[in-house]
Ligand binder design. Structure first.
Ligand SMILES: Nc1ncnc2c1ncn2[C@@H]1O[C@H](COP(=O)(O)OP(=O)(O)OP(=O)(O)O)[C@@H](O)[C@H]1O
Length: 392
């Protein structure tokens, strides 16, 4: 998304400017959260001069001379409400170079890496104190005083057990935490093993961050997706460009990379995947010897599938046609969102209707039509609501 103006120092102002330019729907709930983010921006800005050594600094320094701790912000709410978007605006405007933004799981993986490093040092006799938490916190703080986390969620017991101690140290050092999440703090690590040991972290969080909900009525992601083309025809550069643009909309900036779906003894290559969305050509899935079980494995791993360049299905493409029928059946049965580019409308794809294949293809045609409908989109949403976690 292009952003205007470049550097406003206010999330509220940026939201308003984008709404005025017609790029965003004005949203009261988002503005309320933006105002809270602006409060953190202001606190960060105000804290800066205090850190500079000025001749009169001692006059303003209170107590130990440590800067007053800045209360961060924890934004929770349902999917697609704009939490990530607000965080992006906030992060860009935060007046410090020592800032770090990461997916929470990435951050924790980094923490475990640092803990491991410390343990190796203890083993090699390089450091004495076996407790890894203070040095790990110090090394994180040395790089960033502002920590911004997307999708704060705790599911892993090793994360759960480390968090209270780690953040006690980080907050004591002066770290400011801003996070988005789908769950309220009191529901973090809900039903997790040894949850009692995790509860001090929730108290700690409440003391150091303001907690707010982003409860706009609109799921903007769904709204965007509902307006996307799901069946593009005829084939050609225009169709390719539409599919490309749709891919970017659906994956919403997530990193795209080749992947594979493991199968017994071999794996199905996925030319491009981002989160729970996979992109194939007709040749990838229907011109190779794949069967229903392979398609099922794909449907289990991904929520949305792009299938590009479905050709006219002539008599010479009997096997390919059978696979295509199989593929559409499997994706349909699993309520997978399907984005297709094809040589023709579904009913004109099969050149000749003959025997059982023709009969079966009627079902494919009907399903392809149904898969474009708002009802199917709603079913997809309902079935995949809890599967937003990217595959391992
Ligand atoms: N006011 C708005 N008008 C139009 N589009 C919006 C608005 N707010 C957010 N969007 C768009 O909606 C999509 C979803 O927003 P975003 O990813 O920030 O939601 P989220 O709350 O972080 O969702 P999740 O919890 O699933 O991560 C984005 O593409 C974003 O640009």
């Amino acid at each position: 998304m292009d952003v205007i103006p470049d550097y406003t120092h206010s999330v509220v102002e940026e939201l308003k400017a984008l709404a005025e330019a017609g790029k965003l729907t004005p949203d009261r709930a988002q503005l309320d959260v933006a105002a809270k983010l602006d409060r953190v921006l202001g606190d960060l800005r105000d804290a800066r001069p205090a850190k500079k050594k000025s001749a009169l600094g001692w006059l303003f320094a209170k107590g130990s001379g440590r800067p007053k701790p800045i209360r961060g912000l924890y934004i929770h709410g349902s999917v697609g409400r704009g939490k990530t978007m607000l965080m992006e605006m906030f992060f860009k405007q935060a007046a410090t170079d020592r800032k770090r933004r990461a997916h929470f799981h990435e951050f924790m993986a980094d923490v475990h890496g640092r803990v491991h490093e410390h343990r190796m040092k203890v083993k090699n006799g390089e450091v004495r104190d076996p407790d890894p938490i203070p040095p790990v916190a110090a090394s994180i703080y040395a790089e960033a005083e502002l920590l911004c986390f997307d999708e704060f969620s705790v599911t892993d017991i090793t994360d759960a057990m480390i968090l209270a101690r780690l953040f006690t140290e980080l907050f004591a050092l002066g770290c400011v935490l801003v996070a988005t999440s789908n769950v309220a703090p009191e529901n973090l690590y809900k039903d997790g093993l040894n949850r009692g040991l995790f509860l001090p972290f929730i108290d700690l969080l409440r003391r150091h961050v303001e907690v707010t909900t982003l409860d706009s009525d609109t799921d903007y992601r769904m709204q965007k997706l509902a307006n996307l083309p799901v069946y593009v025809t005829p084939l050609g550069p225009q169709a390719d460009a539409t599919m490309e643009a749709t891919w970017h909309q659906v994956t919403d900036g997530a990193k795209t990379a080749p992947s594979e779906v493991p199968r017994k003894g071999r794996s199905i290559p996925v030319p491009a995947a981002a989160g729970r969305t996979a992109r194939f050509s007709f040749a990838d899935l229907c011109e190779r010897p794949l069967g229903a079980a392979d398609y099922l494995a794909i449907a289990e791993r991904y929520d949305s599938v792009f299938l590009e360049r479905v050709p006219q299905l002539g008599a010479e493409k009997r096997n390919e046609t059978k696979r295509f029928i199989n593929l559409v059946d499997t994706l349909y049965d699993n309520a997978i969102r399907l984005y297709v580019s094809a040589a023709a409308q579904p009913e004109d794809l099969l050149a000749e209707r003959r025997g059982t294949e023709g009969f079966e293809f009627d079902r494919t045609v009907s399903r392809l039509f149904e898969m474009r409908s708002a009802d199917y989109a709603a079913l997809h949403r309902q079935r995949h609501r809890n599967r937003s976690v990217p595959p391992l």
